[in-house]
Design a protein around this ligand. Structure first.
Ligand code: DC
Length: 229
């Protein structure tokens, strides 16, 4: 049986993670959060004192990437992420580990080492893959490709609200500067830069609710999947 793959790419803060989870639940497909893999590798290299010395220790780092011992366990509160038997679900979401992940993300050899691991997530009945290069590099033959974006300003406002709801102080100007710097790094890197696949549907979520984006996505995916019957 042909395994269906739906890719959802886009910049951070575009709502990709939430929507990828909802889409996976809707179709009863598996879910790949590829950003989590980059974060796990970043954390692992930092713990082995290699995160600032990747280039000098490239072979060791590639071996670590190929042999990362990770599990994604579905729970009632979402997916629990386990590295070498330890629950790291919270720690991988910190800004610090995000910075380690972005160091990993610019190294072509490490991206290549993670490629097959990502493809292995494509299992019956199907997969929703969330990331930056899912439709362009990892799953170029996906049946439905989506690219979700939003203005930097609206992403900064969402992030500020999220931080405030967690009781954290959030200065919108700092968050905006951070988002713009990260977009630039993601879009201008030489290997697998963030961009929509030529055959992706681009949705700008700046002025849409999650439910409105969800409906647009489902309408598009249903049409794409019907073509494969
Ligand atoms: O989506 P995220 O914030 O969890 O991603 C963490 C880092 O990994 C970020 O720097 C972008 C990078 N990344 C990538 O280069 N390619 C992917 N497919 C997913 C994430």
């Amino acid at each position: 049986m042909n395994i269906h793959v739906i890719t959802i790419d886009g910049p951070s803060g575009s709502g990709k993670g939430t929507l990828a989870t909802k889409i996976a639940q809707h179709y009863h497909y598996h879910l790949l959060d590829s950003g989590a893999l980059y974060r796990l590798l970043g954390l692992s290299l930092q713990r082995q004192n290699l995160i600032t010395k990747i280039h000098e220790n490239l072979i060791d780092c590639v071996n670590i990437a190929r042999n990362l011992h990770i599990e994604f366990l579905p729970t009632s509160q979402g997916i629990q992420v386990v590295l070498d038997g330890e629950d790291v679900s919270q720690v991988i979401r910190t800004e610090e580990v995000g910075a380690f992940a972005s160091k990993v993300a610019v190294v072509p050899e490490l991206r290549a080492a993670l490629l097959q691991r990502q493809r292995d997530f494509a299992q019956t009945p199907g997969l929703v893959a969330d990331g930056r290069d899912m439709g362009t590099v990892v799953f170029p033959h996906a049946q439905a490709k989506l690219y979700l974006t939003a203005t930097a300003q609206s992403r900064a406002e969402r992030r500020a609200k999220q931080l405030q709801s967690m009781g954290e102080d959030a200065k919108i100007a700092d968050i905006l500067a951070n988002i713009q710097a990260r977009d630039k790094r993601d879009m201008e890197r030489a290997v697998a830069p963030l961009k929509p696949a030529v055959d992706a549907l681009v949705i700008d979520s700046s002025y849409l609710t999650i439910d409105e984006v969800f409906m647009q996505m489902v309408n598009y995916i249903d049409v794409q999947l019907a073509k494969t019957l």
